[in-house]
Design a protein. Structure first.
Length: 407
């Protein structure tokens, strides 16, 4: 299947338009990282606390943020996540707002902030553990089991039934204590009403990253990216020529810079999943570039008398249909993930959406012109152009001596 046949687009003739486009977005990203938003690292890299909260009603992130700020947590970030009907928000605290000696303090601070309208001298049943409920029941003994060997097992079962009903049946948020009458003994429910109240939220999950772990993750993410670029440079230098490797690495650096710059411009946090997406797009962009380079190398054997610029243009046109098909299908997949994957995968899918668009563009508009520009520079310096190695056993018979390309 082909979208285009016998196209003859002068891609290299439009290289200055491509360069202007890349410069605009690259410079904008660099300025944002240097002067505006910086590189917005997520909690994974800077350390801190993530608290996932479910509400009984549709939450208002602005109101929640104000409550958290009134509690003294100035750098908290509040955002919706998941499906809109789930009424869930994510609250993030920097490590500076907690304590390295007590990393769980962030959860307690957020809980206290959200319970600003709590009933005095009562505990929140939506955010009480089974152990807290068990200890209360053992103390009050509503079922009159004091001294019985069954007291602890019976009350343990009651406490666990309450927590299971709250978390599994009601998704973490009870509407009222009376709902429990169908789950446990009404006497136990009546006793709970004396010392517990029902808030409009429940803390579903807490993730804590210490500062040392965050620093280590930052280092590993940077090293993983650098190692992947170095590996590509070595592979392409051995498989083609070293200038091919340099062109590919510069192209991937261009793609990564624009992607990270987009996150900075939008002030979206870069998490571990975003780094995984960036490493994925590095491989994807490199694959597209190699396809174009391989066709250039094949055409060099067939068009030995043509200039390299003409060979490159012809090679890009020949692979254009394959590029559009592959990139188009992949783009539709990640676009669906971005639109319907939910807030948790938002950063990951956004990085892939930007990366696939820029990666496909750069294989045509950046990598190939770098190769031609280098050969033209060698010609201006009075040096012979670099010979393009031929694969043995393929195509027409190999010449005895390596052919050189006219510039």
């Amino acid at each position: 299947m082909e979208f285009f046949r016998d196209t003859n687009i002068d891609f290299l003739g439009k290289k200055w338009y491509f360069l202007t486009f890349s410069l605009i977005f690259s410079v904008a990203g660099v300025l944002s990282m240097a002067f505006w938003h910086g590189i917005p690292l997520g909690v994974d890299f800077r350390g801190g606390t993530l608290v996932y909260v479910k509400y009984a009603h549709t939450p208002d992130p602005s109101a929640i943020h104000n409550e958290v700020e009134r509690a003294g947590l100035k750098n908290a970030r509040v955002q919706r996540y998941g499906q809109p009907g789930n009424n869930e928000v994510l609250i993030a605290l920097d490590i500076q707002e907690t304590s390295e000696q007590d990393l769980s303090k962030g959860k307690d601070q957020i809980k206290q902030a959200l319970e600003s309208h709590a009933t005095p001298n009562k505990q929140d049943l939506n955010n009480s553990s089974s152990l807290t409920i068990l200890n209360y029941l053992l103390e009050k003994d509503p079922l009159h089991l004091y001294g019985s060997a069954d007291a602890n097992p019976r009350y343990t079962a009651v406490a666990q039934s309450i927590v299971d009903y709250r978390d599994k049946t009601k998704s973490g948020v009870l509407g009222s204590i009376d709902e429990l009458k169908s789950v446990v003994d009404p006497a136990a429910v009546a006793s709970l009403q004396d010392s517990f109240f029902i808030s409009d939220f429940g803390i579903r999950n807490v993730e804590i990253v210490g500062p040392q772990v965050g620093q280590q993750l930052r280092k590993q993410a940077i090293l993983a990216t650098l190692y992947s670029l170095a590996g590509m440079l070595v592979y392409l230098a051995l498989r083609f020529e070293w200038i091919y490797g340099v062109a590919a690495v510069l192209t991937v650096f261009h793609d990564t810079l624009i992607t990270v710059g987009a996150f900075s411009l939008l002030n979206w946090e870069i998490s571990l999943t975003v780094i995984a997406a960036i490493l994925t797009l590095i491989g994807y962009s490199n694959n597209d570039t190699i396809v174009v380079f391989d066709r250039i190398r094949e055409n060099i054997k067939l068009l030995r008398r043509d200039k390299l610029a003409d060979i490159v243009n012809k090679s890009i046109n020949q692979t254009l249909s394959r590029t559009i098909l592959t990139a188009g299908l992949t783009f539709l997949t990640v676009l669906a993930l971005f639109l319907f994957g939910g807030e948790v995968l938002h950063g990951f899918s956004f990085a892939l959406v930007i990366g696939i668009l820029i990666g496909t563009y750069s294989s045509i508009a950046i990598a190939a012109p770098i190769l031609v520009a280098y050969q033209e520079w060698r010609g201006e310096q009075g040096k012979k152009p670099i010979g393009m190695p031929l694969r043995s056993g393929s195509g027409p018979a190999q010449p005895k001596e390596k052919e050189k390309i006219k510039v």
